[in-house]
Ligand binder design. Structure first.
Ligand SMILES: Nc1nc2c(c(=O)[nH]1)N[C@H]1C(S)=C(S)[C@@H](COP(=O)(O)O)O[C@H]1N2
Ligand SMILES: [Mo]
Length: 500
């Protein structure tokens, strides 16, 4: 054989068959010539020790601030601390985020370790040093051993499918968890939060204040909480998106759960401050955890409109399913917003601030946005996105699983859930064995009870006359007769949100 130069790679066949997209170069076609961008590489990790030293003693800078509040740094009132942490983070390089959504998703549990997030916490140091370990200990203490840990730190986990719809009320140990940072360890005795900004009389409230029934009537609500990333894995496996491990946690059908919360209506607490002033229209909620984005540190901040609070649809909750709120779900006190995406229900609340416009904080203004399909990593403007508040109607099958072999006698037992945001509820759930041409309606007695703010779980023996490959799909109509898009592709968006 004469010498022939080859540029083929050893796995060329797989690459050409589209089984190995992660190794392909990005093609930049914005100029006259198509350019192949070099694949993501990184050199040795660098660290400018002098620059980091010049910031000062990290243990003193980022020390515990409040007695009984471990792992809490207040960043929002301390631009100096934010600047110091920023300098520490930009004085060194970290490994780049892997584009794991193009490559294979690891078959481990935890699926992803959260290497970057641990490194960032350790780099900033002080109160943040111990948080990754404390948070994982809390997971092991408070969550069911069968949880699927999508990301070890910050912790993101969901119950396996067989347990998602096993009960209409999700047991606390099996309720999904979505964290953007570590879990602050706050003592109940030392707890209070502040209500300030554009209110008549800013003040603080302890738990005892809130629990005083002569001042605040108790409020109890059964609420389904759904992350807008629920079932993101279906978007990822078809059309991968951004690679950042926290915003893009690969959720399946389990990032939804239903619990009974006890607390008080935030409206009454605002009234106890004499009400809003000066055109305040939104309430910002500050969580005590630390979030990292683009080399900046911050607390977890989002906002909801006053109209939502005024309708008594925002709770301050300290109890979940008859138990003290677990640490991992926001102990001692969290916000629960009825009918909005989970992201607005802030955990470890330390401040509520009345403001004029929706919060400018990154979680509110740069994440949880629904982009049009023309927008992606390389051409996105944040203002192109719609802020996701109420989830559209959706339903999901939790049994059988994708590609599972089923032996049947003309009926296939199917299970799942159906939910609609904004206080709408599932009215009809249908199943099909042929990808959505012929539909069977699930009888109402096979759906769990109808109520505002919650899902309905269902179980149905679906008639099936065929052998071989069948495609079981479900769809729901809510009480506004909204229904779901026919397939994932029509709903794809770069943020990989709202897989309905
Ligand atoms: N302080 C704080 N609150 C938070 C979050 C967070 O990371 N920090 N995550 C939010 C998101 S995106 C969701 S979906 C819900 C999940 O609530 P759970 O973990 O109790 O299920 O919490 C919300 N509240
Ligand atoms: Mo979420």
């Amino acid at each position: 054989m004469p010498d022939i130069n080859t540029v083929n790679r050893p796995d060329e066949w797989k690459i050409e068959q589209g089984l190995s997209g992660a190794v392909l170069p990005v093609l930049d076609m914005t100029g006259p010539e198509t350019k192949a961008l070099a694949p993501q590489t990184f050199g040795p990790l660098t660290k400018d020790e002098d620059a980091i030293k010049s910031v000062g003693d990290r243990d003193a800078l980022f020390k515990a601030e409040r007695k009984g509040w471990k792992g809490f740094v207040e960043w929002e009132n301390h631009p100096d601390k934010k600047a110091a942490a920023h300098k520490i983070l930009t004085s060194q390089t970290f490994p780049p985020n892997p584009e794991y959504q193009l490559g294979p998703i690891p078959a481990t549990n935890p699926v992803l370790p959260g290497t970057h997030w641990k490194m960032w916490h350790h780099a900033v140091g002080g109160e943040l040093t111990q948080i990754p370990e404390d948070s994982w200990d809390t997971v092991l203490r408070e969550k069911h051993p069968d949880m699927l840990h999508l990301l070890q730190f910050p912790y993101n986990g969901e119950p396996p499918k067989r347990l998602v719809t096993d009960k209409v009320i999700t047991p606390n140990s099996l309720h999904f968890v979505r964290n953007h940072g570590g879990i602050p360890m706050i003592d109940k005795e030392d707890y209070s939060f502040t209500l300030d900004g554009l209110v008549q009389n800013p003040r603080s409230f302890t738990l005892d204040d809130l629990m005083d029934e002569s001042k605040f009537p108790r409020m109890e609500k059964t609420v389904t909480m759904q992350c807008s990333g629920t079932r993101r894995i279906e978007q990822i496996t078809k059309y991968a998106g951004q690679g950042d491990e926290v915003p893009q946690a690969p959720w399946a059908e389990g990032a939804i759960g239903t619990a009974n919360y006890v607390g008080v209506s935030l409206k009454k607490v605002v009234k106890a401050c004499g009400g809003l002033i000066d055109g305040a229209k939104h309430l910002e909620f500050d969580g005590a955890d630390t979030y990292f984005k683009d080399d900046e540190v911050m607390n977890y901040l989002v906002s909801v409109p006053w109209s939502k609070v005024k309708a008594n649809e925002v709770l301050l909750a300290w109890e979940m399913n008859g138990e003290t709120l677990p640490r991992i779900h926001g102990y001692p006190l969290r916000i629960v917003v009825l009918g909005y995406i989970g992201a607005r229900s802030v955990k470890w609340l330390y401040r509520v601030k009345a403001i004029r416009e929706p919060s400018r904080a990154p979680v509110q203004s740069k994440e949880y946005l629904y982009f049009p399909q023309q927008v992606g990593k390389h051409n996105l403007k944040m203002t192109d996105g719609i802020q996701i508040q109420e989830m559209p109607v959706s339903s999901a099958i939790t049994s059988p699983w994708t590609k599972q072999v089923v032996i049947h006698n003309g009926r296939i037992r199917c299970k799942g859930w159906a939910y609609s945001g904004g206080g709408r509820w599932p009215e009809r759930v249908e199943l099909s064995t042929d990808g959505g041409f012929n539909w069977y309606t699930i009888p109402l007695e096979s759906l769990s009870r109808k109520r505002k703010w919650t899902w309905r779980t269902w179980e149905f023996d679906l008639p099936c006359d065929v052998e071989g490959w069948i495609e079981i799909v479900c769809r729901c109509r809510d009480n506004a007769l909204n229904t779901q898009p026919p397939d994932v592709r029509t709903a794809w968006n770069w943020g990989l949100h709202v897989t309905s």
